[in-house]
Design a protein around this ligand. Sequence first.
Ligand SMILES: [Zn+2]
Length: 360
Amino acid sequence: MASPTQLAALLASVRSMIDSDPRLAEHCDKDELSRYLAAYAEYPDPVVSASAALKGTLKFRKQLPAEHDAVPCPDCRADPLSHSMRIIGLDCHARPVVYTNFVHSANRSNTSAIVEHIRSIMESSLRLIRREERKTNLNARVSEASQKVNPPADSIPVSVHGALVVGRDVSDRGQVVWIFDFDGFQPSDCNPELVHDVFQLTTLYPERLGLAVLLNTPYSFSKLWAIVNPLLRETTVSKIRFINTAALRSPEIQTQLGDAVIRWVEEEMMENGDVLTRSKKCFWEWRYTRKELGDEQPEAEADLSSGDEELFPKLGSLKNHDPRGIRSYVYHTEYELPVDRVFVESYEWEKDGKGKPRSR
Ligand SMILES: [Zn+2]
């Protein structure tokens, strides 16, 4: 764990950069400095190495526009089926969960666009993490104030940051979980150039990986893994799990992700396997669309509570499984759909009042 002296030295080394751009300050808090020092702990001089890496990240952040674009990359702006890679919610440790598959990623040849998409997802994850931190800090302040007014008999200490060991512990709320569903993976997806560029990108986000779940990897992936594995740090490898769908329900994965996320992944995979909708699935739609059902389908009746709709989905009626993500995430007021509005048919139904959200 980083010592106070190391933290102070690292902060001092980037002080002038922070002073010249106050936006950078939120990326140099104690937890973030600890992550950099943890990532370079095995180097001869961790502070010097961490400082060089942090300066590189801050330089990169200075170039980022203040306003973010919810659509992750240029390819997805043109065609939302380019990359199926999105945040689908928070796990039971309040860590953002990213789900990606190959079958709904139509454009897998443009390496720079994929890297841009991953970078954008990481930035969205960090915004989400900061939102949760603000909420935790607010709750802690409210709790502290109420205890001052009316102190409890047995005082319970309030955890503000939630992180026990930054970057190394499951309770580090600054981490991100990645679920790689290998459905649709092809041998041509073994792209060493992409691996190299993603490695470069990860230097901007040290110790941010909480867990990587690789679901149903085919034999053809083993050749790429043989190249990648020796390049990874031991800490990173310890966070990677190769499992099949059934093992999502293993005690370890349950403890890490929680039931809501696991149930969503199971339902998503089951839906992706449906031969009728497999090639037509719009993973950003929460209502049945023309593309999925066909133009000749009748429109939804005003009464959407009819039990028949689950057996015979109608145009504009709510889907049983929401492919955008888990409910607590997509119905949050700050949720942003990572697809340009022009591609989203579901909005039409809510705008016209034809489809009213059903209470669940
Ligand atoms: Zn994209």
